[in-house]
Design a protein around this ligand. Structure first.
Ligand code: IVH
Length: 409
């Protein structure tokens, strides 16, 4: 009897994992939600009847558990580094030149180009294919143990797929929140009168660093990997591009925007291509990353202080800036609706000077506690109207003025 039930459990888990893999890793769903939910419910019920047969990597274990008192510390065996930034084409050209000089070559360098995800870095440790620990970057040497939280993220496999799995594989990547997920979360929070997040990055960070993993489970987090830490295997790929493909074959999600290009010119073309798509992407990126593709060359180049010499982040113009609200005026729409507009001390953001930003409506003003004279964060994404995101805490003067609806036209 037991073995019949176990067979059924294994079968259900296998199906659900396959559906998750298609949805989260291949970005190509093969089942409708009701069917998925039906199987999930079936698995859940069967496990409730036979709790002794629950495995730690069962899909049902993604719901989160009892809250922790505090996060345990994790020592990273291989430090989690940062990357130097480039803001101009000249910066990238100089980077490419330094690589040539250090490698004593005039031949074009191959670069692996990747989106720079705007989330937070995590390290996932798989032993014999099983996820045993997840940690945050922390200061690069010591991070926090967020295993329970990471397990609630469907894009993070609880065990790897395939054969010839490495004995140890530490996967490094970015946990992030999609733009849609962020908007949905903030809308719900606003309805309940809860704290709203300034941007998807903050929302992702706030969601992942929860002592109560059931809260993390309720948040729309996702994950892409871009590298490794500790590894023990016999068939290590030789380039960054191959590494990412290899990781993908283990069922780990890798961005489909990654591309290996030739030389500085290839990097520039990539930057422009991704820059043009930036607004349409379902998640936020703050730039692209160029990595010397050959691991042999990476080794020759080494590191300087906390960053590798073989990688650079080419940043996009920032979409957020800080300024002061000098006045608030009300615009009357076609339907007679009043829209409050903040007159700002002009500020440069994503390539243009902004002097007006929408405050949406009185509810938003009250919820964000915005006053005239406040120092605020404004945001301008693409061609949409700039908006006031939030008040910068601790910068309020005593002479700020409350915003009132006009009494007459
Ligand atoms: S590689 C040795 N690749 O950016 C280099 N980082 O500024 C280690 N990030 O802490 C990082 N996308 O949180 C790398 N494709 C990408 C990335 C990426 C986003 C983040 C990551 C890292 C920070 C460094």
């Amino acid at each position: 009897m037991q073995s019949v039930i176990n067979k059924k459990l294994i079968e259900l888990r296998r199906k659900i994992e396959e559906y998750d893999y298609h949805y989260y890793v291949l970005d190509d769903p093969i089942v409708a939600d009701p069917e998925y939910d039906r199987l999930f419910k079936q698995l859940k019920e069967l496990e409730t009847q036979h709790p002794e047969l629950i495995t730690p990597d069962s899909p049902t274990q993604r719901v989160g558990g009892a809250p922790l008192k505090e996060f345990a510390q994790v020592q990273h065996t291989i430090p989690m580094l940062s990357i130097d930034n480039a803001f101009t084409e000249d910066d990238v050209n100089a980077f490419d030149q330094r690589i040539h000089d250090r490698l004593h070559t005039t031949a074009e360098i191959d670069y692996c180009c990747e989106p720079k995800m705007d989330g937070l870095a995590v390290s996932l440790r798989y032993e014999n294919g099983i996820l045993v620990r997840a940690s945050t970057r922390g200061d690069g040497s010591t991070g926090e143990d967020i295993t329970a939280n990471a397990k609630t993220i469907h894009a993070i496999p609880l065990h790897l797929r395939g054969e010839h799995l490495p004995k140890v594989l530490e996967v490094r990547g970015e946990v992030f929140m999609s733009k849609k997920g962020f908007e949905r979360l903030n809308k719900e929070a606003a309805k309940k009168g809860e704290k709203i997040f300034a941007n998807p990055r903050n929302a992702a960070a706030g969601s992942l660093r929860q002592l109560d993993s059931r809260i993390t489970a309720s948040r729309p987090l996702s994950f892409y990997c871009y590298g490794i830490g500790d590894i023990f295997t016999h068939n290590m790929p030789k380039t960054q591009g191959d590494l990412l493909e290899w990781l993908n074959e283990f069922g780990l999600p890798v961005s489909s925007l990654i591309k290996v290009v030739h030389g500085y010119e290839g990097c520039m073309a990539y930057y422009k291509e991704i820059g043009a798509e930036r607004e349409k992407l379902p998640f936020e990126i703050d730039g692209v990353v160029y990595k010397v593709n050959s691991f042999a060359d990476q080794k020759k180049l080494g590191f300087v202080s906390r960053a590798p010499r073989w990688a650079i982040a080419h940043k996009f113009p920032a979409e957020e800036a800080q300024t002061v609200i000098e006045a608030v005026e009300f615009q009357v729409g076609r339907t007679g609706a009043l829209t409050p507009v903040a007159r700002l001390k002009p500020v440069h953001v994503s390539g243009v000077t902004v002097s007006n930003a929408t405050l949406h409506n009185m509810d938003e003003i009250n919820r964000k506690d915005i006053h005239i004279g406040d120092t605020v964060i404004i945001r301008r994404a693409g061609d949409v109207i700039p908006e006031v995101v939030k008040v910068v805490p601790g910068k309020r003067h005593h002479d700020v003025k409350k915003i009132h609806l006009p009494k007459n036209c």
